[in-house]
Write a new protein. Structure first.
Ligand code: HEA
Ligand code: HEA
Ligand code: CUA
Ligand SMILES: [Cu+2]
Lengths: 117, 314, 634, 286
């Protein structure tokens, strides 16, 4: 739907277009509230649920954050309807970031060392 | 000379130059913050068990700032839509709300920073520990002479950073029992001989304290005052980046993020107040510029969405 | 006039660039937004930096061959410049260890970040790439200018850091922390200087900035920002501004090489920027990102640092850039070599597609091999198995690329002009360098060779007779494009042959020294160690070869400057090349092409059977279908 | 052969033989590739010189020989990886011999610019060390040995010279007290970064006696070039005699298996079996 947004040819908006854009405005506010709820959840969860292992709390917190982030990406940044080229750029940077995270973390775990003096 | 596709989309790629440009820039930004995030992971994994401060920041300002940034994200995308809708009035209103949000964000951030810079912490010597120090005391320095600091100690002390986590592992009944007796209710207790209770009370004057008391986050209107003997201190400082690994990464990440907020706000302000003539001469081009700046702004929001939980909550 | 035509061909008045009125000297040559001028600005800065790196290297080589002997000619000068005897860098004309380390670190940094990358990626990328795809300029001309003007301060800070008290950064180009974090602590004279204007704390703070290592970091932040701007620009230009008909597979290989390089810079550099900021925090704000607790330095435990950091973190972030960086150096050079080879064999490149996909594979893989520089940090079996595998895999695309270039020679009609000599010498030289990378890739034997002169030999073979030769080829090849004059062939050969011989005399013995157990960054060239005894004499050979090589650069420098004014005048397409960079008017105006460009064919249509000349430019319309051409001929 | 041509240092450790073989194999592989390619290269530029080949061939090489060669290259690299690289490294980092019996354990502490070596002494347990105890003076204070730790009483700390008996696996825990160094002994084919805050074990079995140089293989400051240690591989008897001479005198009963060497209590008890085993008594004491 927001494809039209980025496609709008300059200089003319017919009624149809305007309708579309106005529908967008509504979506944005829905997303806004979804994000606010997400934020409250992230804050609330550590108070409400204590997992045996703190790691699960971390994972849950990051999961909510990721969900929120994807809402921002998909709707505010129009990634729900973007050009293929842009997707490729994102795939590349995600590849880079993931290899940086995963491999440094792995290298951390697999060191034959002890952290004592 | 005219650069092609500065305004119009190139048919086979479907984008105009600046749009591809900003996405590439964002890709590099992802890697920039990615570097810092992987530093965070590394530092946190490497921290000795229990020494990573857990939930040490007051989360309310962070929460408000999150909401502010989300709101500004909406308004910035709305301003773009209003450019499309040829509604200059609404464009400007949305943009100004965005800028106000940016200002609020920075205001709250500096309030937080300022609080940290006036917050004191000392690591007490303990040769039986591998790192050379044992207990920590945090609070506000209310007096000092050459022998000791007079510290109004926080209700929740670093020792509780660990015990709070330990506590969570216990059964609910146990937890309830423990929490009734914990430091938050009875004031902090120290074992280190270098920390001497004076029996005095001190009423903090800071705004932060007042708000915390008002919303029930802080149970003590007054803080216990301790003498912290200087010759027993291993290391002491304010809550500056050098205080510990956590504050180092906290200040670096939020500082860099704040620079992005400022940069983004400057650009948006430029479009709102100086470049706005373009709205009437070449609206398509203007819309592109707003879209691109907006993408950057969303990214700033996006980074915060991750920073907030990892630095404030987890 | 061509400018006018180019500008007149469109009528968008909202546009900001107005080239109608004649430009002042400043906006034409200094603050220019023309990609060609910026390219030349980069090229000159980079060549001067290469020169600087070369001179530093010669000082080091003197010390390596004649440890403890005073430096001839310049010893006293250096002593005065670096703060005299109490500066502790050069004493009585004799280089001191700290100065050697500073030279080593700065030689590496300057060669890599100020010499090779700016010349290969920024200068050739800027000058040639838009021409080759038929673009009027870079996509963001002002960003391009900004990129150069962020690069230049970075470069100046880097060079000038030799002059601050305590000297330039001295922890290697890798700047491993905690060495880098604890080196160059605020220097007395600097504090004294600043305390004239500031409070004690302020002076201390300024002194923690104005010292070698901090300035190195600050300069790096400038350089990284500059290359980020540059790479965004390059990618957008390649994707968006290709001329009509210039499909992906019709792009000259050089454009592909630059494109992949730009992606590497874009994605690999930011983590180092983050790391640089963190190390700067360590130095200035007393954090300890890269330092564990309880370091005992200079006679006391560093209590002012909180600890809790990890030295390995720096290494990960550095090498996450560091490895892609080596391909950033390599790929533009390979691109140049491919162009020069295609042009001077008068035939298409063999395996164009394998070159392209090989480079893309190289680019992708280069993100997941970095830890092969860190085998010695106590890496476990699993992770090292992963990195050994990826490192071996990454050598495959290199083999494919090199093989394709080699086979391209077969069946050609090879013109041995200077650019071609440098280009084909690149092949075996890079071959040696690349092949010696293979034993390093295996952690078990790499652990024997790690940090030895074998490694120095490995990478210098790739960067010096490899990449530098590629860049020389580029300079000779595109010189007529820039100046309208050819460089002198005889002087070119006088430059090539001695350089080739000296390069090998310098770097081949390094493999022997390395195998014999000599390690790098040894101020006295190994005299302390008994194991270097049997191979120590090579130091003298290498040093003199380096000096002779410097003499061999004089024809080049002479040639470079004199040919500008009295080189042989040539037309627009002196090499009879097919790619678009040779199809513009001369001198190419701001906006490059006289009119709209349309591309009809692939990049290397040399010696097309049946064509009337042995090259068919990419933009030459197919007036007559090929079949008819044949009939006409028959 | 190629190794010798390149003047490799003479191997002095058990696993070094495999390393040398691997190095040799890798270099042969490289040599073959290099000679093959160079021959082709030289012939091509000779044959297709413009003078001899005035007209270029548009199509060039038509067959796919190069793909076959590339596949062989991949295969050989796979063999090098799976056959040599993985097992060798796995052995180095995973098959560290269990401490105690027949194994000498040493803790190497690098500093700017030199080496300390910390031996567990008779009890076989390294005493606790802590940077906060570091002070100038004797090596023990220099490495921050905690004198209150009972295990520390019999520990030996030496400066610069590390001694080890021949034919005995040696585990060296490498660490640093300031910046990153590297414990490299070329003759032993080992190299390990000494990273502050971490302690990384490496191990090797010396098979020759003699003095070998310990190289600092990581830039560590002004004195890096001269940060040399000595690895003194002695016969077992010699080593034992030295260890005894270092041991503190203790009013304890002489152990049963100790050799007749009355004045000091034995630190090391040799059990000559196949010339490879030496027992560092770890059962008694402590
Ligand atoms: C342009 C630069 C460049 C390039 C291309 C490479 C390419 C490679 N490098 Fe190198 N490397 C460096 C620059 C480069 N390197 C630098 C600067 C360092 C040191 C950094 C420091 O510590 O300061 C280093 C260090 C280094 C190390 C770490 C050593 C150590 O410190 O212990 C390793 C380990 O795996 C390694 C491996 C490789 C491999 C496997 C390749 C492969 O990509 C190579 C693949 C190529 C081939 C396999 C050649 C194939 C050719 C043929 C088969 C044909 C032969 C042709 C003819 C004869 C005509 N390199
Ligand atoms: C691109 C990278 C690059 C290049 C090109 C070079 C080029 C050379 N390097 Fe360098 N070197 C490094 C990168 C590079 N080096 C790095 C990263 C290190 C490790 C640093 C560290 O330890 O941290 C190192 C270390 C290093 C050492 C080891 C020092 C030590 O460990 O103690 C030595 C020793 O001989 C050396 C020598 C040389 C030599 C003889 C050249 C020669 O090949 C020089 C050739 C140069 C030219 C041929 C330039 C010619 C150009 C001109 C003359 C310009 C003309 C100007 C105009 C026309 C205006 N280098
Ligand atoms: Cu220690 Cu180099
Ligand atoms: Cu590498």
């Amino acid at each position: 739907m927001s494809q039209d947004v980025s496609h709008t040819e300059h200089g003319h908006e017919d009624a149809h277009e305007i309708e579309h854009l106005q529908a967008h405005i509504k979506t944005y506010w829905i997303i806004f509230w979804a994000l606010i709820v997400g934020t409250i959840l992230t804050v609330g969860v550590p108070y409400l649920i204590h997992f045996e292992n703190h790691v699960y709390n971390v994972i849950l917190g990051l999961a909510i954050a990721t969900a929120k982030a994807s809402l921002v990406c998909l709707f505010f940044m129009h990634l729900n309807a973007e050009k293929k080229l842009i997707y490729w750029m994102i795939v590349l940077s995600v590849f880079g970031a993931i290899s940086l995270f995963i491999l440094t973390a792995l290298a951390y775990w697999d060191h034959t060392l002890s952290y004592e003096w | 000379m005219q650069i092609p596709y500065e305004v119009e989309e190139r048919p086979d790629t479907g984008v105009y130059n600046a749009k591809l440009g900003i996405w590439l820039f964002l890709a590099s930004e992802i890697m920039l913050f990615g570097g810092l995030f992987s530093a965070y992971i590394f530092l946190r994994l490497g921290a000795p068990e229990g020494s990573w401060p857990d939930h040490v920041l007051w989360d309310l300002p962070g929460l408000i700032n999150t909401a502010i940034l989300i709101l500004s994200s909406v308004t910035v995308v709305l301003s773009y839509i209003y450019v499309k809708l040829n509604n200059f009035m609404m464009f400007r209103v949305c943009m100004i709300i965005t800028l106000v949000c940016a200002g609020l964000f920075m205001g709250i951030k500096s309030f937080e920073y300022n609080g940290k810079f006036h917050h004191f912490g000392a690591f007490m010597k303990d040769t039986s520990k591998p790192q050379g120090y044992g207990e920590q005391i945090t609070g506000h320095v209310i007096g000092e002479n050459e022998d000791f600091f007079l510290v109004a100690a926080d209700s929740r002390q670093p020792i509780d950073w660990l015990s709070a986590r330990e506590l969570k592992k216990q059964s609910p009944a146990h937890q309830k029992l423990a929490s009734e007796h914990d430091a938050v209710h009875h004031g902090p207790v120290f074992n280190h001989p270098g920390i001497i209770p004076t029996g005095d009370k001190y009423k903090p004057k800071s705004l932060e304290h007042k708000i915390k008391v008002a919303i029930g986050k802080e149970k003590h209107k007054e803080h216990d005052v301790f003498k912290v003997m200087k010759d027993q201190i291993f290391r002491h400082s304010m809550f500056t980046p050098g205080y510990n690994a956590y504050f180092a990464i906290y200040f670096t990440m939020t500082g860099l993020h704040a620079l992005h907020v400022i940069g983004g706000a400057v650009v948006l302000a430029y479009f709102c107040f100086i470049d706005h003539k373009r709205f009437f001469t070449n609206r398509k081009h203007f819309g592109n510029r707003i879209e691109v700046a907006g993408l950057f702004w969303h990214f700033v929001d996006l980074v915060w969405i991750f920073l907030f939980p990892i630095l404030y909550l987890l | 006039m061509q400018e006018a035509t180019a500008t007149a061909s469109h009528g968008d008045h909202s546009h900001d660039h107005h080239d109608h009125e004649p430009l002042s000297f400043w906006s034409k040559y200094v603050f220019s937004t023309d990609h060609k001028v910026i390219g030349i600005q980069y090229a000159i800065t980079a060549l001067l930096s290469l020169m600087g790196g070369f001179i530093m290297m010669m000082l080091m080589r003197w010390q390596l061959a004649y440890p403890g002997e005073s430096i001839p000619f310049v010893g006293n000068l250096l002593e005065n410049v670096t703060g005299g005897a109490q500066g502790g860098m050069v004493v009585n004309g004799v280089m001191q260890p700290q100065f050697y380390n500073a030279l080593g670190a700065m030689h590496g940094t300057i060669m890599v970040f100020l010499g090779v990358v700016p010349l290969g990626f920024a200068a050739f990328g800027n000058y040639v790439m838009p021409l080759q795809i038929g673009a009027p300029d870079m996509a963001f001309p002002r960003l391009n200018m900004a990129s150069f003007w962020t690069f230049l301060p970075g470069a100046l800070i880097m060079f000038l850091s030799f002059l601050v008290p305590g000297g330039a950064a001295k922890s290697g180009w890798t700047s491993y922390s905690p060495l880098a974090a604890t080196a160059d602590q605020p220097q007395g004279p600097t504090i004294e200087f600043f305390s004239k204007f500031l409070s004690d704390e302020g002076a201390l703070f300024m002194a923690s900035i104005f010292n070698g290592q901090s300035l190195w970091l600050i300069a790096m932040v400038f350089l990284i920002s500059s290359s980020l701007l540059g790479s965004v620009n390059v990618i957008v230009t390649t994707v968006q501004l290709r001329a009509k008909g210039m499909s992906w597979m019709r792009m000259p290989y050089f454009v592909w090489a630059i494109l992949v390089t730009a992606f590497l810079l874009l994605l690999a550099f930011p983590p180092l920027e983050a790391a640089g900021i963190m190390q700067l925090m360590d130095r200035v704000a007393h954090t300890s990102f890269f330092m564990p607790a309880g370091l005992y330095v200079g006679g006391e435990v560093l209590n002012s640092y909180a600890g809790g950091g990890s030295p390995l973190l720096w290494q990960h972030l550095f090498w996450f850039l560091g490895h892609p960086e080596v391909y950033v150096m390599l790929l533009p050079a390979v691109g140049i070599v491919a162009e020069v080879i295609a042009c001077n064999t008068r035939k298409p490149l063999w395996g164009y597609k394998s070159l392209v996909f090989g480079s893309i594979a190289l680019g992708l893989l280069s993100f997941i091999v970095w830890a092969h520089h860190m085998y010695m940090t106590g890496m476990g079996a699993k992770v090292s198995a992963f990195f050994q595998t990826t490192t071996t895999i990454i050598s495959i695309p290199s083999v494919i690329i090199l093989t394709a270039l080699l086979i391209s020679l077969w069946g050609g009609s090879i013109r041995f002009n200077t650019p071609m000599l440098f280009a084909i010498a690149f092949l075996p030289m890079f071959g040696i360098g690349g092949l010696t990378g293979i034993p390093l890739a295996f952690s078990s034997i790499g652990s024997y060779l790690h940090d030895s002169y074998y490694v120095i030999g490995h990478f210098h073979y790739v960067v010096a007779p490899g990449v530098i030769f590629g860049l020389f080829a580029g300079v000779y090849h595109w010189y007529p494009k820039v100046t309208g004059r050819k460089m002198n062939e005889f002087l070119g050969k006088l430059h090539f042959w001695p350089t080739l011989i000296c390069m090998n005399l310098i770097f081949a013995p390094m493999f022997i020294q390395g195998m014999a157990g000599m390690h790098r960054r040894w101020y006295d060239g190994g005299a302390t160690y008994e194991l270097s005894e049997p191979v120590l004499h090579w130091n003298i050979v290498m040093t003199w070869a380096a000096f002779i090589m410097f003499v061999a650069q004089i024809p080049f420098i002479w040639n470079f400057f004199t040919a500008w004014f009295n080189g042989q005048k040539v037309g627009t397409n002196p090499w009879n090349a097919t790619t678009l960079d040779w199809q513009t008017p001369f001198p190419a105006p701001h906006g490059n092409f006289a009119g709209p460009v349309t591309v009809y064919r692939g990049p290397y249509e040399y010696s097309v059977p049946g064509a009337d000349k042995d090259y068919t430019p990419q933009n030459e319309p197919d007036v007559i279908p090929e079949k008819e051409t044949k009939e006409v001929k028959a | 052969m190629l190794n010798n041509l390149l003047q490799i240092t003479q191997n002095a450790s058990e696993h070094g033989t495999q390393i040398d073989f691997f190095l040799e194999a890798a270099h042969w592989f490289m040599l073959v590739l290099f000679v093959g390619w160079t021959t082709f290269f030289l012939y091509t530029i000779y044959r297709f010189w413009q003078r001899r080949s005035p007209k270029a061939d548009y199509n060039g090489v038509q067959n796919h020989a190069s793909s076959h060669i590339e596949i062989y290259v991949i295969l050989i690299e796979a063999v090098l990886l799976l056959g040599f690289a993985f097992p060798l490294w796995a052995k180095q980092v995973n098959k560290i011999p269990p401490e105690g019996e027949n194994v000498l354990k040493v803790h190497a502490i690098a500093y700017q610019f030199g080496w300390f070596f910390h031996y567990p002494g008779e009890d076989g347990v390294l005493g606790r060390k802590n940077p906060i105890f570091i002070s100038g003076g004797d090596p023990k204070s220099q490495v921050g040995l905690d004198r209150s730790d009972p295990f520390a009483a019999d520990d030996i700390v030496t400066l610069t010279v590390m001694r080890a008996p021949v034919n005995t696996p040696v585990i060296v825990d490498v660490t640093s007290r300031d910046v990153i160094h590297n414990y490299a002994v070329a003759h032993m084919r080992v190299s390990q970064d000494a990273i502050p805050g971490m302690r990384v074990p490496i191990w090797f079995t010396p098979i020759r006696t003699g003095e070998f140089e310990i190289i600092c293989a990581q830039l560590c400051g002004a004195g890096h070039y001269s940060m040399k240690g000595i690895l003194n591989i002695q016969t077992q008897a010699e080593f034992q005699a030295w260890a005894e001479s270092q041991a503190p005198k203790k009013p304890q009963a002489v152990e049963p298996e100790a050799p007749a060497d009355p004045p000091t209590e034995p630190e090391v008890t040799p059990v000559e079996a196949e010339g490879s085993a030496v027992a560092i008594s770890s059962t008694s004491g402590s």
